[in-house]
Each structure stands twice: as structure tokens, then as C-alpha cells.
Write a protein that binds this ligand. Sequence first.
Ligand code: PGA
Length: 262
Amino acid sequence: MQTPLIAGNWKMHKTLAQARDLVKGIRDAVDGTGGGAPITAAEVLVCPPFHLLFPMAKALAGSRVMLGAQNAHFEPQGAFTGEIAVPMVKETGCTHVIIGHSERRQHFGETGPLLAKKVRAVVAAELTVIYCVGETLDEREGGKTYSVIERQLGEVLAKDVPAERLLVAYEPVWAIGTGRNATPGQAQEVHSLIRSRLSAIYDGRTAGTIRILYGGSVKPGNAADLMSQPGVGGALVGGACLEAADFAAIIRAAVGARSQAR
Ligand code: PGA
């Protein structure tokens, strides 16, 4: 069974002082520096806003907690006011970049061809990409969930994206920040679809190595159920990652659920 990855997407939250507190709490829980046992059976990633990447890299020196960015431009440099390039986020110490989050698609007009370039820029810099897909409520209710997910995967992923640098996050848009999570069954169903599309792009064995995260209102109270589903390789957490105690509870729930499923 894959080691779960629990990623926290801070979105546009936290001042430097607040971020230092949050990261200290997460470190204490994951590294065991807070007095408890370290959590070694999960990989943990935090994705703060850009201005916090350097200070958080410093705050995480020597920690098992990894650092990621929420977005990046596809060009390595250039006249792109307000943007940040993949080599720049890499320089801060990031190992992962989230690409294609539904908020980028919805509010910033990001679409398949652009996201395909971004994904390739991330892997070209030898970072790991977390590529997000997910349907809106209208699409789900209109019976289009499968076709939307297939399109979002098909227009961005292909064999030239190394599988070892790829994670996929299934984030139903109707579940993000709404408090309404997908049921474990709904998550599992779409995760299976994603796995079969990945098998068609790569091959069954390779596709089996790619972790597929679930995201959308993951909380301490529902994490164990969601994370115990076969094929769910971790979580991308928004709101509940902004408090160290909640984020740590989700990580522990994921570890507990996986050890029971073994
Ligand atoms: P949420 O956000 O946990 O607040 O629903 C998840 C995400 O957007 O990645």
C-alpha cells in the first residue's frame, strides 16, 4: 500500500507570524518535537502563499514536512508581471507544485493547454506536480462527472510527464470549502476512473504507483473514512490545514485508516 501524502493548501491565508506558529505546530506533531511520537507513516506537505516560501523553508529545516507552491508560470523567466517561475519556487526549497486547482481554473481562466505547459515546466525542473481535476455541481448533476475528469486528464497528461513526478488530486468543485465532502464511495468511484485513465496513458503497473489524493472539505472527522478507501493515496486539505491541531488530526487519521486497511 502506498504511503499517504497529506498536503495542506493554505491558499491566500497567513501572515508571517501566523505562518510561523502554524508550521511550528505541524512540525511538533510530525517530527515528534512537541513531545508525542513522530508520525512516520505519512508524507506531509505544506503549500503556503509565495511570500512565505523562503521563511517556511527555513522554519522547516531538518523537518520531515515538505514544502510546495500553489501555482507557477510555465516560462522559466521573462516579462510576466505578477507571476512566479518554477525555478524560482524551486530555489526556495519547494519539492512540489500544485497545478490546475479549480480556483485557478474558475477565477483565473486556466484551461487545459496552459495547464499542460505548467505541468511540463514543473517536471522539467525535477519537481513533483500535484495536478488537480474535479467536476462542478452542475456537471455532476448533469451526469458529466466522468467526461469532465477524462477531459481534464486527457488534455494535460501524457506519457512524457514522468509518472514518478506526478500526483493527481481529485477535488470535486462542489466539495471545496463548502463543508460538503464527497462520500467515500463517490471519491473511490472517481479515483478508480482516474486510475484507469492513467493506466491508458502509462500502463497498469506504472499507473498503480501514482498517488491519487482526495480533496474537498477533508476534516478530522471524515479523514479516516475517506483515507481508508482503496485507491485514495492521501488528501489535499484546504480550510482544515490552517490550524495545526486539525491538520495533525487529519494526518493521524490517515495513518490510522491505512494501517487498519492493511
Ligand atoms: P477545502 O479545500 O479543504 O477547504 O475544501 C480543498 C482545496 O481546495 O484544496
